[in-house]
Design a protein around this ligand. Structure first.
Ligand code: PLP
Length: 369
C-alpha cells in the first residue's frame, strides 16, 4: 500500500519555488466552485484587478495563464510574433537564452545582444542592434535573471524600444512582487511572471499583461496564433466579459493566486519591496562579512536572489546536501557556465524574512568552518 505523503520540513531558499504563505495553502484547500459559477467569475475579476495592482498597470488584457512562467514566456512570443519578425533579445543568463529558443520556435529572426553572465545588458548595445536591424518588432529582456542574480534596469531600454517603434517585452518571473516592475510607468508592452517566486504561491499560473499597443499587434496579425492553448484572443474571451469557455481554469490555483496577491496588497506594494530589499541587503552583507564574494555585478544585484562565488575550499554539492540534511534548508546551485561555481540563495515572497537570513548565515558558517 502506498503511504499518505508525510514530507520533511523544508525552508525554501533557492531560486524558486519559495515557501508558500500558510494563508495561500489554506485558500487552496477551499472546496471547488464550478469554473463558470458567478462567484468564481467574480474571483477571476478580482484576481485580474490584483494582478494589475502588482504590475502597476491599467492594461485591460491582464490575466493569469494556466501554466508556469515558461508558459507566460511562450504566450507572449506566440501571440505577438509572426514568422519573419525581427526580435532583439538580451542574453545574460539562462532565461534570456530560453527566450531566444522560444522566439525562434515562433518563427522570429532573433538578434541576440549578449552580456557576460552576472552582468546587465548594456542599453547602448540594444540601440546599436535597433539601428542595424530596423525595423524590429520587439525588444525583450529579463528583469530579474534568476540564473545569475543580475537586476536589469528597464527604463532606458523601454525608451529605446518606443523610439524605434518596437514592442518592449519583459520577463518578470522572479521580480514581480519582490521589486517594482511598474509596467505603465516604464512603458512595457508585454510582461509575464510566475506564481512560485515572490508571490508565495505554488508554481502553476503565469500572470500576463499586454498594453493596448500589443493588443493592436495581436489583433492585426496576418497569421493565426500557432498555439491553440495559448491563443490570447480566445483566452481573453474567457477572462473578459464574454465568458466563452476555452479551457477549465485551474480553480484551486486561482484561489491561491487571489490570496497571494491579496496578502501583498494587505502588506502594501512598497512595504513588500522594502522587506525584500532589506532582507536581501542583510544577506549580502552577511555573506561578505564571512569573507565570501558575491557573483552578480555590483550595483545591479537582486534583493530576492543572491549569487555567491563558491570558495575553492568548499565542495558545492556537499555543502548544499549538508544544508538540506542538517538544517532542512534548500538553496540552488549554478547553471550552465556557473555550474559548481556559484550558489543561488533566494529570499522570495514569504521566504523573505529576517529570521531566514540569520538561519542561513548561521548554517552556512557552521558548515564551512
Ligand atoms: N524566467 C525566469 C527569470 C525564471 O526564473 C524562470 C524560472 O525559474 C522562468 C522564466 C521559467 O519559469 P517556470 O520554471 O515557472 O516555467
Amino acid at each position: 500500500m502506498n503511504q499518505e505523503l508525510i514530507l520533511p520540513k523544508r525552508l525554501l531558499m533557492g531560486p524558486g519555488p519559495s515557501d508558500v504563505h500558510p494563508h495561500v495553502l489554506k485558500a487552496m484547500a477551499t472546496p471547488l466552485l464550478g469554473h463558470l459559477d458567478p462567484t468564481f467569475l467574480n474571483i477571476m475579476n478580482e484576481t485580474m484587478e490584483l494582478i494589475r495592482y502588482v504590475y502597476e498597470t491599467k492594461n485591460q488584457v491582464t490575466i493569469a495563464m494556466s501554466g508556469t512562467g515558461s508558459a507566460g514566456m511562450e504566450t507572449v512570443f506566440v501571440n505577438l510574433i509572426e514568422p519573419g519578425d525581427k526580435v532583439i533579445i538580451g542574453v545574460n543568463g539562462l532565461f534570456g537564452q530560453r527566450m531566444v529558443d522560444v522566439a525562434k520556435r515562433a518563427g522570429a529572426e532573433v538578434i541576440q545582444v549578449h552580456a557576460e553572465w552576472g552582468r546587465i545588458i548594456n542599453p547602448d548595445d540594444i540601440e546599436k542592434a535597433l539601428k542595424n536591424y530596423s525595423p524590429v518588432k520587439a525588444v525583450a529582456v529579463v528583469h530579474a535573471e534568476t540564473s545569475t542574480g543580475a537586476n536589469q534596469p528597464l527604463e532606458e531600454i523601454a525608451k529605446l524600444a518606443k523610439e524605434y517603434d518596437a514592442l518592449m517585452i519583459v520577463d518578470a518571473v522572479t521580480s514581480l512582487g519582490g521589486t517594482k516592475v511598474g509596467v505603465d510607468k516604464i512603458g512595457i508592452d508585454a510582461v509575464y511572471s510566475g506564481t512560485q517566486k515572490c508571490l508565495s504561491a505554488p508554481p502553476g499560473l503565469s500572470p500576463v499583461s499586454l498594453s493596448d499597443k500589443a493588443v493592436e499587434v495581436l489583433k492585426s496579425r496576418k497569421t493565426k496564433v500557432q498555439s491553440w492553448y495559448l491563443d490570447l484572443s480566445m483566452i481573453q474571451a474567457y477572462w473578459g466579459q464574454e465568458r466563452f469557455y476555452h479551457h477549465t481554469a485551474p480553480i484551486s490555483m486561482i484561489y491561491a493566486l487571489h490570496e497571494a496577491l491579496r496578502l501583498i496588497k494587505e502588506e502594501g506594494l512598497e512595504a513588500t519591496f522594502k522587506r525584500h530589499e532589506q532582507n536581501g541587503r542583510a544577506l549580502q552583507a552577511g555573506i561578505e562579512a564571512m569573507g565570501l564574494e558575491l557573483f552578480a555585478q555590483e550595483g545591479h544585484r537582486l534583493p530576492m536572489l543572491t549569487s555567491v562565488n563558491i570558495p575553492d575550499s568548499a565542495d558545492d554539492v556537499k555543502v548544499r546536501h549538508l544544508l538540506l540534511e542538517r538544517y532542512g534548508l534548500e538553496i540552488g546551485g549554478g547553471l550552465g557556465p556557473t555550474k559548481n561555481k556559484i550558489w543561488r540563495v533566494g529570499l522570495m515572497g514569504y521566504s523573505s524574512q529576517r529570521s531566514n537570513v540569520i538561519q542561513f548565515l548561521t548554517a552556512l558558517e557552521s558548515i564551512l568552518s
